[in-house]
Design a protein around this ligand. Sequence first.
Ligand SMILES: Nc1ncnc2c1ncn2[C@@H]1O[C@H](COP(=O)(O)OP(=O)(O)OP(=O)(O)O)[C@@H](O)[C@H]1O
Ligand SMILES: [Mg+2]
Length: 276
Amino acid sequence: MKQVMQAEKLDQENRLKERMSLIRHKIIVMSGKGGVGKTSVAVNLSYAFATSGKKVGLLDTDLHGPNVAKMLGVEKESLGGSTDGIDPVRVLSELKVVSLAFVAQNPDVPIIWRGPMKANAIKQLLGEVNWGTLDYLVVDSPPGTGDEPLSVCQLIPNVSGAVIVTTPQDVSILDARKTVMFARQLNIPVIGIIENMSGFVCPHCRQETAIFKKGGGEKAAQDLGVPFLGRIPFDPELVELADRGVPFISSGKDTPSTRAFMQVQKAIEEFLAISK
Ligand SMILES: Nc1ncnc2c1ncn2[C@@H]1O[C@H](COP(=O)(O)OP(=O)(O)OP(=O)(O)O)[C@@H](O)[C@H]1O
Ligand SMILES: [Mg+2]
């Protein structure tokens, strides 16, 4: 019995390695603090990559509060599957998404799991999903440095790097610094820090207000010697679109936040091109 279980475990590990070997860049989006914009970044980055002709997978590892499906307007979809594995939900022809939201029977009922169960769920999401050949796998994480990002960083061979999202105020920056240390301890390259919700330009008077202060993310990046990827301003339209399940980058509008986001995307692509 023990031998059968060991053989099964080995099989599962081999499948995971094989599936991950078909993916060129694996990016994990993290933050120290909650609610700073990780899911918004993960969703829009994946969408932007997919509409620029790349093959993209987006994995939601926020097991307790999976928001990716809602932000892409596909929360009513469910995963397919066969003996070959789990089939992701397709949002665009080249954007495949997997989230526990597609499995949950009732979105209002919380999932209550201890650490080992979470690690096991993530192992399955990485190893049993038919991701196919991808240019990018973007992994959205819950806040902090707990079981979920730890499992992802330990299970995926050769993670390309971590994108760390923060808001500009000290309480968030302090936690972002811890996230950089976490990545370093696990030998994950830090692609860089994004300062989100950085300033708000009033659409009426054009005056800018630094709601959560400004510049903290850039200063932390300088202090820690990691790239600064850019500053995304606060934009109420971003909230509106996210609530309607529309990635704000898809609007095609030329606004300070879409421009800022495109700059962040370019900085990430440049990092990955050099690190290859
Ligand atoms: N630049 C921005 N301007 C305005 N609203 C934003 C911006 N970035 C994110 N938001 C909004 O802030 C809220 C939190 O964002 P999001 O869910 O992406 O954060 P998160 O870090 O993933 O949160 P959690 O830690 O709970 O997973 C969402 O309603 C989102 O639409
Ligand atoms: Mg989130």
